[in-house]
Design a protein around this ligand. Sequence first.
Ligand SMILES: [Zn+2]
Length: 180
Amino acid sequence: MPDIRPTVGSGVLVLNATYEPLCVVSVRRAAILVLSAKAVCVADGEGFLHSVRHELPVPSVVRLTRYVRVPYRATVGLSRRAIFARDGWRCAYCTGPAETIDHVFPRSRGGRHAWENVVAACARCNHSKGDKTPAELGWRLRTKPAAPKGVAWRVLGHRAPDPRWASWLDLPAEEAAEAA
Ligand SMILES: [Zn+2]
């Protein structure tokens, strides 16, 4: 089975001054923000960073000291990773670990590639579903697929969250750990 789960890299979650999640940056970039007093560390990662004059715990989450206005984006980009994140890395049909993306109403029959028509699925369900609809098979979706909402998706759409970020992304810690 291919390992489609991304490993937790050494990214750092950046929060706005209001604690709203903004983006993920490299440890180096986060360290510069902290050392230049543009951000403060709110959660440590593992290990220490050394420079000539400083020893700094590797940050896991930093918060900007000044509020940054961010343009509001209404829709979350549809990506493979974002679909897995929305569906908790679980198959929409059997709840087993998801490895593929399924079009609920098959593309071969005109189904759209849109948030409302895509779900994470395990390879087995996806294969046995083929070009049928769930109704034709007597299958039921656990939830009606929809575009995800909320600021946490600025981060979740792009990468798997570090479990240490769970409380700032409004995720149950368990789910974050699973997605990681
Ligand atoms: Zn399945």
